[in-house]
Write a protein that binds this ligand. Structure first.
Ligand SMILES: NC(=O)C1=CN([C@@H]2O[C@H](COP(=O)(O)OP(=O)(O)OC[C@H]3O[C@@H](n4cnc5c(N)ncnc54)[C@H](O)[C@@H]3O)[C@@H](O)[C@H]2O)[C@@H](O)CC1
Ligand SMILES: [K+]
Length: 519
């Protein structure tokens, strides 16, 4: 259990981290000891960043983040480095462990002013930002704000303690001006703000260091936020057994658009096949059938013909995952078809047009999702919400159309609230895609290269998730593995990629995951 908790990529909000500190202190490790270890690790990082004898300027704030700075100053001085300490507040304001660390420092210090900072920057090879960490509760102002501007102009590298000052650790939001670090040393576990933009861009390289907090505390805290890394879903990653056949590996149904827009859903279907779905069928308008057929080989194509075409397409019991939306059109027929698909109770991904068409009537969508989630369960099968079967994959614009009241600037909370409101797993796409489940779990993705911002990339993602759903992977994990594989495929395809390159690039990603699991 302990070994596994080590590997689960938990992210702790600053409040949860405060609780981890409290529980550790309660269990017998004084806060001053934690601070000593934290400051020591910061000093060690600083030593790697400046040559022996280099000058290090340490900016210390009024709380425990500043306390870590005092400890680092003492240890760096002891190791022979030339350090200057600039204090933002009156030392009389320091309290508790930080006041003690200041006392123990026994080094000359100065007030942080424009003059002292300018003097320090003239000789420093590194600045340690120990102004504010988890306790920041408002935008930087006064001399802290001026310091951000002066540091930016001086181009001196910054090592941030816990978080670059000015950044909200829970949301990754800039509360105003923020220090730009080349490296951030944080304690015990990463915080959401290290992965969510713009926070991630301000942090530089994030290093997580051990300060002696034991994983036992996690049982009390029960964190529900994770980095989207393979350990999160490796246990349910679908690997075919030796006796597998194509019918045992799932059958995905992808709905295709009209003749003018066949490309989007074709990309999705290819991706569903690459994700490992044993069979993929496309249900397409009869007038576009020959176009689809001419461009697809391993994927079956069926015409959606006649009044009950949709019902017939959905009647195959072996279908295990559906995707509707890419290139489907935003007319009222789309919303009717989506409701019909969801009424079948199958695991389903709704993307693009299948989201936009509900802009004026989101309740109808949420009711259809609820019906999908409960389909197949006996009415008396417990009152608890049923596991989500539906995945929504909006980009920010689509998200705002479906959830106009939610604040997309706080992407983690917005995605969580959207998942709760809709009863679906919500994949809020972006450079820091957030995957949120109605049960409160959320994962933040960090491996997507900016080259993925290209036409058709989202269609591939929707297809990957559908392919995993079709193999009976639960919705949250299917969405998380789809997003991760998409990011890795983007890195493999590399600079200059186009969406057509992505399905093939998924193959080495899957091979790598399987090899890692075997080894
Ligand atoms: N025992 C612990 O709790 C540990 C805490 N550690 C450090 O402690 C930090 C958290 O310490 P604190 O909770 O004291 O918080 P901070 O050190 O981040 O600062 C909180 C103080 O700053 C003030 N403040 C907040 N925003 C301000 C603004 N914009 N302008 C001026 N003043 C502002 C607050 O009123 C409060 O007095 C962590 O980030 C980490 O660096 C580490 O030493 C490890 C152990
Ligand atoms: K800081």
């Amino acid at each position: 259990m302990q070994a596994n908790m080590d590997r689960i990529p938990y992210l702790l909000t600053p409040e949860e981290m405060g609780r981890a500190d409290e529980l550790t202190i309660y269990a017998g490790t004084p806060g001053s000891v934690l601070m000593e270890r934290a400051g020591g690790k910061v000093a060690a990082a600083a030593q790697q960043m400046v040559p022996d004898g280099g000058h290090i300027l340490i900016l210390c704030g009024p709380g425990n983040n500043g306390g870590d700075g005092f400890v680092a100053a003492r240890q760096l001085d002891g190791a022979g480095f030339d350090v200057s300490v600039l204090l933002l507040c009156d030392p009389a304001r320091l309290k508790g462990d930080a006041a003690q660390a200041f006392q123990n420092m026994q080094l000359p210090w100065s007030q942080l002013t424009e003059e002292s900072l300018s003097l320090g920057l003239g000789k420093a090879g590194l600045v340690i930002d120990a102004l504010f960490g988890a306790g920041l509760d408002r935008a930087l102002e006064g001399m802290a704000l001026k310091a951000v501007k002066m540091l930016r102009a001086s181009k001196t590298p910054v090592l941030a303690v816990d978080l670059p000052s000015g950044l909200n650790g829970a949301t990754g939001a800039a509360l105003g001006a923020v220090f730009e670090a080349v490296r951030t040393v944080t304690f015990y576990r990463r915080k959401p703000g290290h992965l969510l933009e713009p926070g991630r861009s301000y942090c530089g390289i994030v290093e997580v260091v051990d300060i002696g907090i034991r994983d036992d505390v996690l049982k009390d805290i029960n964190p529900k936020t994770f980095a989207n890394e393979p350990f999160l879903w490796a246990a349910v990653f679908p690997v075919p057994g030796r006796r597998a056949h194509k019918y045992s590996r799932g059958h995905a149904l992808v709905f295709g658009g009209q003749l003018q827009t066949t490309g989007a859903s074709r990309l999705s279907a290819m991706a569903a096949l690459r994700a490992g779905s044993g069979l993929v069928t496309m249900a397409v308008p009869p007038g576009a059938l020959s176009t689809y057929a001419a461009h697809l080989t391993a994927i079956m194509v069926r015409p959606l013909k006649g009044e009950d075409a949709l019902a017939r397409a959905l009647s195959d019991d072996r279908l295990s995952g559906c995707l509707i939306g890419p290139g489907y059109g935003t007319g009222s027929k789309t919303s009717v078809d989506v409701v019909s698909v969801l009424a079948q109770g199958r695991a389903t991904v709704l993307d693009a047009d299948a989201l936009t068409c509900f802009e004026a009537d989101t309740q109808r969508l949420f009711q259809a999702i609820s019906a999908c989630n409960t389909a197949g369960w006996a009415e008396n099968a417990g009152a608890t919400p049923k596991p989500a079967k539906v995945v929504l994959t909006p980009h920010e614009g689509e998200f705002k159309r479906l959830f106009p009241d939610l604040n997309v600037n706080n992407r983690l909370t917005a995605a969580r609230q959207a998942a709760q409101a809709s009863g679906a797993v919500v994949v809020l796409k972006g450079p820091d895609t957030v995957i949120a489940a109605p049960d409160g779990r959320a994962a933040i993705n960090g491996n997507a290269p900016p080259w993925l911002a290209t036409a058709g990339s989202g269609d591939v993602l929707a297809g990957l998730i559908t392919g995993f759903l079709a193999q009976s992977v639960p919705a949250f994990e299917a969405a998380a593995m789809g997003v991760w594989c998409h990011g890795e495929a983007g890195s493999i395809a590399g600079a200059g990629l186009i969406a057509e390159d992505l399905p093939a690039a998924v193959q080495p990603v899957i091979a790598g995951l399987v090899a890692e699991r075997a080894g």
